[in-house]
Design a protein around this ligand. Sequence first.
Ligand code: BG6
Length: 515
Amino acid sequence: MAEISHSNVNNPAPDYTLVIFGASGDLTQRKLIPAVFSLFRQNLLPPGFRLIGYARSEMTDQQFRTRLTESLTEHCPDCSSENPAWKKFIDCISYCPGQYDSPDNFAQLAQRIHSSGSANVLFYLSTPPSVFVPIIQGLADSGLSKPPQNGFARIIIEKPFGRDLASAQELNQHIRRAFREEQIFRIDHYLGKETVQNLLVFRFANSIFEPIWNNKYIDHVQITVAETVDVAGRGSYYDQSGALRDMLQNHMMHLLCLVAMEPPHSLKADAIRDEKVQVLRSLQPLTPESVDSSLIRAQYSAGKVKGHHVPGYLELEDVPNDSKTETFAAIKMFIDNWRWSEVPFYLRTGKTLPARVTEIGIHFKSVPHVLFNLPDAPASPLPPNVLTLRIQPNEGMSLRFQVKVPGAADDIQPLTMNFGYADAFGDKPPEAYERLILEAAEGDATLFTRSDEVETAWEFFAPVLQCCNQNNSKPLPSYPAGSWGPAAGDELIERDGREWYLTRRPVSPKAVESL
Ligand code: BG6
């Protein structure tokens, strides 16, 4: 990883061309172009930077630029297409229409790249996974996957990376026939989030947490990724994926690894990724029997989210009306190593939940002997300390602890100490894609997933996926949109005498807009 405290301004990548496959798609307009434009505005692109969009739709350079200009303000609220910077930026963008399996079209692309001035190239596969293999093949056959002398040819691959262990292994084999591992950047945009990167800083740039970061002091860990959005408009993709493949196997496993990993010996990509893989290898394997008691899946039915009616998942046009795809998943996992033995990790994620919130809760053990009681619950144990890492929104951290209420009585009360990024640093954190594109252009793979990481995560989920397939004849529990998921999702943790916990945090005015 480029050193966290350093700005890349002083160390820009050499001139290169970014080629986006799937350039007419939603991700390009919604995330990639605003991210690259933002890099341009911060002077983080080299002077000879060029962007070529590649997709099947027939369009001229000018039509492509007009399309991007029209969508800019919608996806980048603080951008204006009237901005002189945009007018300058758009000049470096061109478009190359082509099929994903046509040698002629790849030859045309090669010509475009060569005439763009720089031989360095960063390919971005932002297409449906069904065309990953033909594109990779096309790049290999046209010679584009081969780095030029003293230069680079790198490839960023969007998720989903496979849909199970076998397909991920197959995809890895295909890519490795064309690219060496150091040329490959499997993207997971969660790793580009500031708060996710801060997990490493929090854990390894402070000395006070490490001594208590283990099963002696930690009772359990909760990771919640709740979304208010439904899957309208993405049903055909989502129905093949579901919460397990869309969120749990990738984004949430990265969060878990960063919380649970051992200190790496350096910030080098492989040092960090080695430690993450160790966590995945230490996950207690699930068996068909344990899946039943450790995993809850459910699907949303019609309801209201933030006052708006949301049709049920099965009512969506592009979803089969007998679909058994889960839109909510909760799982209990263990990590079998000295640090985490016997500490349950509870993970849950869902669509159409009442709030958009991603939090990691580190729940410490209760005090061993109670000297004080809460005035309104004299016989209860004291609420334990909870350290919450707020990934989004209202990015920050809080720590719940007990304080004495001023006065003659020995009354105590749990309070929360709060740190908010917006209060400390002002601006909203940069978009994950900005950092990731920059890191790939610099050849730093720390924030990308290595092949063994992706395969080990799939390996863990293999029995889970197998059980889901076998149980496909059984009805899937449902939960109304706007609720916190099915009752079984709460029971998963409550039967262990615990409960889901999200911080009731003071929201700073600067953070409100991102809620
Ligand atoms: C994507 C998933 O990878 O992440 C989406 O495909 C999900 O279904 C999204 O909504 C969540 O990302 P974020 O950054 O909004 O938490």
